[in-house]
Design a protein around this ligand. Structure first.
Ligand SMILES: Cc1cc2nc3c(=O)[nH]c(=O)nc-3n(C[C@H](O)[C@H](O)[C@H](O)COP(=O)(O)OP(=O)(O)OC[C@H]3O[C@@H](n4cnc5c(N)ncnc54)[C@H](O)[C@@H]3O)c2cc1C
Length: 385
């Protein structure tokens, strides 16, 4: 067992850290305040190869895998959680799924643009009445012979209204549940019949756009079906097992950011003639944060290692996501307490950490859903894929 990073991994870490400090950090507060999505950050990430993990170089990949991806995403998310979505939204979501399930033509047409940052990617699963119960979706793609005609509404789609290329999950057969779901590649700039509405009432993740997508007789070319018709549910679960690493890593990074902030503040702030870090109750809080932060990080790295080595990893992925999310919410909550009243002001990032941490309890499988996956695998009720 080796916990040390290789020289190449150290280089990736340093490059991602420098990038986050130079290209993201200067805009964090401004973009939070204005709920602004700074598109050019994605382009710059693409230029540096920060979007191209686990995909061969002939399609624009960077030649590196899961562990390096997690290292890079962690550095980016630590500075601003909103930007953790870029790797899921472009690489682990659409690009990797097209690479696994697509035809050669689909791979060559869509993957390079997603990995270079030319396209903003997305994946649309959730609907107003279909969240955890994915198979209850209603969006329907009707086979019209020479094209698909799509009707329905998708909700809470990250990057939806700025997306150029995204995956869409829709029924191609009604009343067949999961077996009626299929997956499509949507070229949003060339698909008539899609209305994209920004969701502006979000509680956090202010610099990451989220959208409602309304498909009204949207015409999609026949060749944009991804994988066989009726296999969309399987493709969706396969995709989620990858994109959930974005949540797990982002949550671990947020926990680390809150811990670092709390340590800094505990050393700076003086009460009763000494730094508050000297008080045992503050120390207890710091210890709790440190333990959870370290455990979350190890679970994330372990899941990434299993993926890299193509070993069963669904349970490890759910454990990383569930635990890192708890660590992030707890760390953000404790940081706000340690910062006192200043923590409650927008002068400090505690509010952003807390708002952003709460997302992890819901998206890409709620905490309840991940608890079920972990227990069902442990009890032998479902395989660990
Ligand atoms: C910021 C943000 C970004 C998002 N990005 C995307 C995206 O890019 N693409 C996309 O498709 N979706 C996205 N989502 C949607 C997200 O994945 C869903 O909200 C999530 O799957 C939960 O669905 P729901 O909100 O409908 O909750 P519901 O499924 O209605 O759940 C409500 C509550 O019931 C519980 N519950 C449900 N079923 C069970 C059960 N069987 N056992 C125990 N408890 C249960 C849940 O845990 C939860 O507490 C995003 C959401 C947010 C907030």
């Amino acid at each position: 067992m080796n916990f040390a990073l290789t020289d190449e991994q150290k280089m990736v870490q340093e490059m991602a850290r420098n990038f986050a400090e130079k290209e993201i950090a200067p805009y964090v507060e401004e973009d939070e305040a204005n709920h602004y999505y700074r598109r050019e950050i994605l382009s710059k990430m693409g230029e540096l190869g920060l979007l191209g993990w686990s995909i061969p170089e002939e399609y624009g990949g960077n030649g590196m895998g899961w562990i390096e991806a997690v290292i890079a995403l962690y550095e980016i998310a630590k500075v601003h959680t909103s930007w953790r979505l870029s790797i899921s939204g472009n690489c682990w979501g659409p690009a990797m799924t097209i690479y696994e399930w697509g035809t050669e033509e689909q791979k060559r047409k869509y993957i390079p643009g997603l990995l270079s940052g030319e396209y903003v990617g997305s994946f649309a699963i959730t609907e107003p009445n279909a969240g955890s119960d994915v198979a209850s979706m209603r969006t329907f793609a009707e086979d019209k012979g020479d094209h698909w005609l799509i009707n329905g509404t998708k909700m809470w789609i990250s990057g939806g209204h700025v997306s150029d290329v995204g995956l869409l999950y829709a029924l191609t057969e009604k009343n067949k549940g999961a077996k009626g779901v299929s997956c499509f590649i949507i070229d949003y700039n060339n698909t008539p019949g899609v209305t994209r509405i920004p969701i502006e009432t979000k509680f956090g993740m202010y610099a990451a756009p989220t959208s409602e997508l309304v498909f009204e007789n949207a015409v999609v070319p026949k060749e944009n079906l991804l994988g066989p018709a009726g296999r969309g549910f399987q493709i969706c679960m396969w995709q989620l097992n990858n994109t959930r690493m974005g949540c797990a890593t982002g949550a671990a990074a947020l926990s680390a950011a809150a811990l670092e902030g709390a340590v800094r503040y505990a050393n700076e702030r003086t009460q009763f003639g000494q730094p508050i870090g000297k008080f045992q109750m503050i120390q207890q809080q710091i210890t709790e944060m440190k333990l959870e932060d370290e455990a979350a990080k190890l679970l994330v790295y372990h899941a990434a290692w299993l993926k890299e080595n193509k070993l069963p990893n669904q349970q490890a992925t759910s454990m990383a996501k569930l635990y890192a999310c708890k660590a992030a919410v707890n760390a953000a909550n404790l940081a706000m307490k340690i910062y006192g009243s200043y923590g409650y002001s927008t002068e400090y990032p505690c509010g952003r950490w807390l708002r952003d941490a709460k997302q992890f309890e819901t998206l890409e499988g709620t905490s309840n859903i991940h608890t079920m996956i972990i227990a069902n695998i442990e009890l032998g009720y479902q395989p660990n894929r």
